[in-house]
Design a protein around this ligand. Structure first.
Ligand SMILES: [Fe+2]
Ligand SMILES: [Fe+2]
Length: 251
């Protein structure tokens, strides 16, 4: 009970705790550490010490950890301002790499294995839904990688490009889980009786794991990346306005 209380007050994690104890709260945090570029071999070092060695902002790690442990965790203004937008972009980029290179790859292998045992009609339907989903998610990642992340990196470098703004992303940022849900539903409900249950379960386990991880990913984009970019935009706009005022006054 005390543990739950600590989770909800956010005291479960601190920069002074041992890094090796962080994944005790949630084993998926092992993946979070990897995506932040943190190497294993923590010894007895604290979060702060390990993060310093790996060049990562410890508050960013703790904030992402809280999001993994608590559904719909609402970050405070202070937590956002202490975190690093650069580390969040790195985290999201490495997550994309993981989804494309590992998660989708594994899912595809299981789908192919299952489809190989099905009659032609079922095999075609499964393959079609999977490739529709894959196309959509790759397009989504591609937009973030080629438009959104470079824009944020510019903001982080103190430049305010005038051909994009984070509210365009916020408005158009969609959940990519609708097609994944359709795929889950077909595999769960409509595979023929002759299909091996182990093959079905392998595909479903991959789909649930991916769905769950992607929902945290999207949450981090909406609730961390967007507000941090907005406050960066506001700050840079203010700076630009005051330099224009200075120039006019000095003219
Ligand atoms: Fe993303
Ligand atoms: Fe996204």
């Amino acid at each position: 009970m005390d543990d739950m209380k600590d989770i909800h007050t956010g005291k479960l994690f601190s920069t002074g705790m041992k890094m090796a104890e962080v994944p005790d709260a949630e084993p998926r945090l092992l993946g979070v550490m990897r995506r932040l570029g943190i190497r294993f071999g923590f010894g007895e070092k604290t979060v702060e010490e390990v993060c310093a060695e790996n060049g990562v902002n410890p508050h960013t790690l703790l904030l992402i950890s809280k999001i993994y442990v608590n559904d719909k965790y609402v970050p405070s203004k202070e937590e956002l301002s202490r975190s690093s937008i650069r580390d969040i972009v790195m985290y999201l980029h490495n997550s994309h790499d993981f989804y494309v290179g590992v998660a989708l790859d594994t899912l595809e292998k299981f789908i192919k294995k299952m489809a190989g045992t099905l009659d032609e009609k079922h095999s075609r339907i499964i393959t079609k839904f999977y490739s529709g989903y894959k196309d959509e998610i790759l397009k989504h990642f591609e937009y973030e990688e080629s438009v959104v992340f470079p824009y944020i990196k510019m903001l982080d470098g103190g430049k305010l490009p005038d051909n994009y703004s984070i509210d365009l992303y916020e408005e158009s940022h969609s959940d990519v889980d609708e097609k994944l849900n359709d795929l889950k539903s077909i595999v769960m409900k409509y595979m023929p009786e002759t299909c091996d249950d182990n093959l079905i379960q392998n595909v479903l386990t991959c789909l649930y794991t991916l769905e769950n991880d992607l929902s945290k990913h999207t949450y981090i984009e909406d609730e961390l990346l967007v507000p941090m970019a907005e406050s960066r935009e506001k700050y840079l706009r203010k700076q630009m306005d005051s330099s224009v005022t200075d120039e006019t006054e000095n003219a």
